[in-house]
Design a protein around this ligand. Sequence first.
Ligand SMILES: [Zn+2]
Length: 91
Amino acid sequence: MSGQISTTGPMLASPRCGAKTRAGGACRAPAVRGKRRCRMHGGAKGSGAPRANRNARKHGLFTGDAIAERKQVRALLGEARQLLKGMRFRP
Ligand SMILES: [Zn+2]
């Protein structure tokens, strides 16, 4: 009496794969832990893009380092503009 009823609840509550099947519906197999798809629909170990998707990188314009560098340059320019504003001649 205890076995099945106590273990089916958490199983049914687990996140499900939402991949579209050839029959047209959703897959509904349990999703791999930490992923949104089951092991057969892209959730398998080693599948998917690497962290920070290095595969999609074309030029590095939007890497964290590049963004931080631009932010620093903008801050420096802002400071320089403020300084120049303060030096402006007023009769
Ligand atoms: Zn699936």
